[in-house]
Design a protein around this ligand. Structure first.
Ligand code: PLP
Length: 395
């Protein structure tokens, strides 16, 4: 019996090493990794720039705490601000912590600006924001809330991307609106640009904050540095994580100056957040992701993937209902049980991830090349064909 809490349904696979878009088992079996550890290993496995940054920092100093100035943290903070809407950054260790900090910052902003009653956030059905008590309340999914007592107060969930519903949910106690520009866990559902723009306007009109959770969609995943850039809007607060550390745990809450000012000394903190190792890797990730041409590469590969998948969806219309997503954040809405397609792909040496709404998520590393995309599509083709055969045999 395993000593670990049985919180995960594991595949049974165990990987000894990785290189680029591939993982290898102890026995040397090769897997094409279109999961990236759930949108984390943005630069693939064993990227030389990341190895160099991590080992160089490991030979200097690992951890000093936020009682002291951390040069690499200042640097990563500045670079994130230069490349985004943000003026201030708080570093954490995970996506949930980054969202948690974002929720606290939204509440605190109104508190210091004379409206302490404004603590509620409007959230969206099907959202996923993490597994802490506040973030499961924000996500509002009963399967995540069950058994953990009364949900944290202060989240008003609306369904669909319906502006009138959001307007109706906004009251005197509303601090802001929280959403993912593309719902990852919720089934790779893209929020229409127009809706994001309308939300921005609505938040301005009501004097409340737009809080974006770009934990999964950020750091180049959609072909822009952050997905909201496609809609030509900026948030007041944004949570980011996953790809930011390329596999090293890093999370961050980015804010405007007005919001950042509210987070006075002692109002929030983290022992590990922004430690020198994490920051060295984060800076190295940005060296690559923000280098000229990198995001264009992601957009091009995303286009190639989506075009190929559209063809496969036509060919296998009894398996694939729809292709969703943007850049290298793509979902296959299935007509068969999504787990069957995931298992079929795994049997053929390709890793993908499940999502809600019966979707299979394709999250290749951002360094993926044409050959790997073509290999992925060939594998999806054979896995779909095999599902068709087994369905007709069972008929
Ligand atoms: N927010 C979004 C949009 C996510 O996709 C995730 C994780 O999948 C989280 C938050 C939570 O991140 P973490 O698991 O690092 O706490």
């Amino acid at each position: 019996m395993s000593a670990l809490l049985p919180t995960y349904a594991r595949s049974g696979l165990s990987f000894a090493r990785g290189k680029g878009a591939f993982l290898f088992t102890e026995a040397g079996e090769r897997y094409l990794d279109f999961s990236s550890g759930i949108a984390v290993t943005a630069l693939g496995h064993a990227h030389p720039r990341l190895i160099e940054a991590l080992t160089a920092q490991a030979n200097k100093v690992w951890h000093v705490s936020n009682l002291h100035h951390i040069a690499e943290q200042e640097r990563l903070g500045e670079r994130l601000c230069d490349a985004t809407f943000a003026d201030r950054v708080f570093f954490a260790n995970s996506g949930a912590e980054a969202v948690e900090a974002s929720i606290k910052a939204a509440r605190r902003y109104h508190f210091v600006n004379g409206a302490p009653e404004r603590y509620r956030l409007v959230t969206f059905g099907g959202a996923f924001h993490g597994r802490t008590l506040a973030t499961i309340a924000a996500g509002g999914q009963s399967k995540h809330l069950e058994g953990f007592g009364p949900p944290v107060e202060g989240f008003d969930q609306v369904s669909g991307f319906d502006l009138e519903a959001v307007e109706a949910a906004i009251g005197d106690e509303t601090a802001g609106v929280l959403l993912e520009p593309i719902m990852g866990e919720g089934g790779m559902r893209e929020v229409p640009y127009r809706f994001l723009q309308d939300l921005r306007t609505l938040c301005d009109e009501k004097d409340i904050l737009l809080v974006l959770d770009e934990v999964q969609s950020g750091v180049g995943r959609t072909g822009r540095f952050y997905a909201h850039e496609w809609a030509d809007i900026t948030p007041d607060i944004m949570a980011t994580a996953k790809g930011l550390g390329g596999g090293f745990p890093v999370g961050a809450c980015l804010t405007t100056e007005a919001v950042g000012q509210a987070m006075t000394p002692g109002s929030h903190g983290s022992t590990f957040g922004g430690n020198p190792l994490a920051m060295a890797v984060g800076n190295a990730v940005l060296d690559v992701v923000l280098a000229p041409g990198f995001l264009e590469h992601v957009a091009q590969m995303g286009l190639r993937l989506k075009q190929r998948l559209a063809g496969l969806a036509d060919e296998h219309d009894d398996v694939i209902a729809e292709v969703r997503g943007q850049g290298l954040m793509v979902g296959l809405k299935c007509k068969v049980e999504n787990q069957k397609l995931i298992a079929g792909l795994r049997e053929r040496g390709m890793l993908t991830v499940q999502a809600g709404d019966n979707v299979v998520r394709l999250l290749p590393p951002l360094i993926v090349g044409e050959e790997e995309i073509d290999l992925a599509c060939a594998t999806i083709d054979t896995a779909c064909a095999a599902l068709k055969v087994s369905a007709s045999e069972n008929a």
